[in-house]
Design a binder for this molecule. Structure first.
Ligand SMILES: *Cc1c(COP(=O)(O)O)cnc(C)c1O
Length: 369
């Protein structure tokens, strides 16, 4: 049996270990927020935003951000059908309804031309998920948001390092969210962050994140409203601070891995990978290959071919509307079609060229029969 090629795993060096050790040994008492404050400050500076609230997950950041925008029972929130469930579950947990819109065939992100049709008087927000590092057509989404007075939320969990016309993913909408789950470009084990340039939205989320206790409230143990408890711990933030010191290296390596795959498959015209249109930088979180329908290659072919070579490749996101808790929306033809013939490739920081060659080989053999 060939050695196992993992799908993802974080890059943890002595720096992360030393910061985590310091937080565990010393980060208590009047130092108990030091790494959290530093992480929020440095992450905001990296992203080019004014405010950040570190959280226990991206899901929690989305939940609080949507609550702060007033999403509630009876409301609708528009999002791409191609998505991870974490983008939809906060909507449902707030008593609102996710409205799933089809994606573009090249970027696999929400199709802006289909959004206006999905807007009703109940629509409360539009979510732009930059899937697998690919950027949404953000100008088009922001223009629709402007036209209908709807906030655009950037779920940027997969788009750390992605840049759209000089602005980082997550910094352009009403608010952005990121995940620091162990599979993401930087990690804190579990974790996330809420970012915004809107000071009142920030104050609102800050209060919600502290069990409804407003920053200026001097009375002890006195919440002014019912909030949430989605805080990042100081120990997690310490690991995050170390990862932030290495963010350039971590993001560049992701792009290098994607480029290596693209070069290895450049002569095969019946596959496409994560695009990088003019004026954008793809953060390349998840190198993904889509096979053209004419190849006849299916998800099942792909899964078994990679499994045979002991390579941990993963299926492309199923359309959320096809899951049992939602109602099927097969008119989202692209969202239903692409996962039938696509696969996510391994892309962890320390993957070797030889390992990437093994991955490329599986694809070349499938194409050449
Ligand atoms: C990973 C991910 C999330 C959830 O992140 P958690 O930190 O696990 O809550 C949300 N949205 C997208 C698009 C993701 O990929």
């Amino acid at each position: 049996m060939k050695s196992r090629i993992l799908y993802t795993k974080p890059s943890i060096t002595d720096l992360e270990v030393s910061y985590a050790t310091d937080a565990a040994a010393n980060g208590w008492g009047d130092k108990c927020y030091d790494y959290i404050n530093r992480f929020e400050r440095e992450f905001s500076a990296f992203l080019g935003v004014d405010f950040a609230v570190a959280t226990s997950s991206c899901t929690g950041a989305l939940h609080m951000g949507m609550a702060a925008l007033g999403v509630g029972p009876g409301d609708e929130v528009i999002l791409a059908d191609t998505n991870w469930i974490a983008t939809a579950s906060p909507i449902v947990n707030l008593g609102a309804t996710p409205v799933f819109v089809d994606v573009l065939p090249d970027s696999w992100c929400i199709n802006p031309s289909l959004i206006e049709n999905a807007i009703t008087e109940r629509t409360k927000a539009i979510v732009a998920t930059h899937i697998y590092g690919n950027l949404c057509d953000t100008d088009a989404l922001l223009a629709i948001g402007e036209k209908y007075s709807l906030p655009v939320i950037e779920d940027s969990a997969e788009a750390l390092g992605s840049v759209y016309k000089g602005k980082r993913a997550g910094s352009m909408g009403a608010f952005g969210t990121f995940s620091f789950h162990g599979t993401k470009t930087i990690t804190t084990g579990e974790g996330g962050i809420f970012v915004t340039n809107d000071s009142s939205l920030y104050e609102n989320v800050l209060t919600l994140s502290n069990h409804g206790r407003a920053k200026g409230q001097v009375k002890q143990f006195w919440p002014d409203m019912v909030g949430f408890k989605y805080k990042m711990s100081n120990i997690q933030a310490a690991i995050g601070c170390a990862q932030l010191e290495r963010i350039q290296e971590l993001c560049e390596r992701k792009r290098e891995i994607l480029t290596y795959y693209k070069h290895g498959l450049a002569d095969i015209h019946s596959v496409s990978m994560n695009p990088e249109p003019e004026g954008t930088v793809n953060g390349a979180w998840m190198p993904t290959v889509v096979f053209e329908a004419v190849t006849g290659i299916t998800r099942e072919n792909l899964q078994s071919a990679f499994a045979r070579e002991n390579i941990d490749a993963r299926v492309f996101f199923y359309p959320l509307s096809g899951m049992p808790m939602f109602s099927k929306n097969p008119e989202n033809v692209v969202s239903y079609d692409i996962p039938e013939r696509a696969i996510n490739l391994p892309s962890y920081h320390d993957i070797t060229n030889e390992e990437q060659d093994r991955v490329i080989d599986v694809i070349r053999k499938l194409i050449n029969g």
